[in-house]
Design a protein around this ligand. Sequence first.
Ligand SMILES: [Zn+2]
Ligand SMILES: [Zn+2]
Length: 362
Amino acid sequence: MTSNPYEILGVAKNASDEDIKKAYRTLARQYHPDANPGDAEAEERFKEVQGAYDVLSDPEKRQAYDMFGQAGARGFPGDGDTGGMRFEEFDLSNLGDLLGGMFGGGGRRAASRQPVRGNDLETRVRISFEDSLKGVQVRVPVEAETVCHVCYGTGAEPGTVPVTCPQCGGRGVVSDSQGLFAFSQPCPRCRGNGTIIEKPCKNCRGSGRERTTKRYAVKVPAGAKTGTRIRLKGKGEAGYNSGPAGDLFVVVDVDPSPLYERRGSDLVLDVPVTFAEAALGASVEIPTPDGLVSLKVPSGTEGGKLLRIKGRGVPHLKGSGRGDLLARVNVTVPKKLSKAEKEALEGYQKVSRENPREVFSA
Ligand SMILES: [Zn+2]
Ligand SMILES: [Zn+2]
């Protein structure tokens, strides 16, 4: 006996919803217990067909079967002892035609199961400062709720199918008439689903969902900074009742750099120079994200002055181009001097004293 719902319905793997429905109706009529009284084999076949249609008529379950079906296809609905039948798929459609709008469009469809979008998820990823400048591909593990791979989201133990709720007859609502008025309310037994699960799937305890860890390759763009959010559409939690999946947001944390301080798209770098270099002017080798460059410090540069090197900063996250590198001149005082340096400075001091400058001019 095959457990493949496509084979049971005799349709191709890429069959359209319409083809599946057509095959189901034909087979369900053929094996319907009313048409085969006392025929146990026909009844078995009928249950198989019901089970197969239950999976293939629901996009979420069908997708789950396509993903996990080969590994998990053991004892697919058909060999259980459930007496549950779901006749309403075609019985009610005929009934609905006869009765027209009497029940407001009729059937359990109207009363039950609205598609609900899955939740968005957020996760953080830490990258190095260097990677934030160049962009990097990272793998992000995400724990998310997905359709159960054992029951394909039906919530019923493999080999069984959800059965029509006996309290509401599958309509999902019950009405209570009090005098002239009839009150409709969601069925308390099946909570509006129209079906109940007699033997819940052991893997998901009947929820039809399970938590799994998935890994996604995420491209962090050049120029990302701490707090940058990257959206992966449809990679959040699975939707409910065939609703769309939520999104996954990856939030970036960037390690601080020992060299650079980030200011928007600019980078600030402290450049130590001696008093003589600041006073006389000098050429200093400084590190940039693209390697060493030669920085010209003009003569008479004060400590704290920012010297701008165009286009050596952080790539703009949106649009093209880059910010600048700002070299902050840091005039340093030597703690130890060689004999020659000491003599040179003493000479400088002697000359300065002979030509005093007005430091505090009014
Ligand atoms: Zn399950
Ligand atoms: Zn019910």
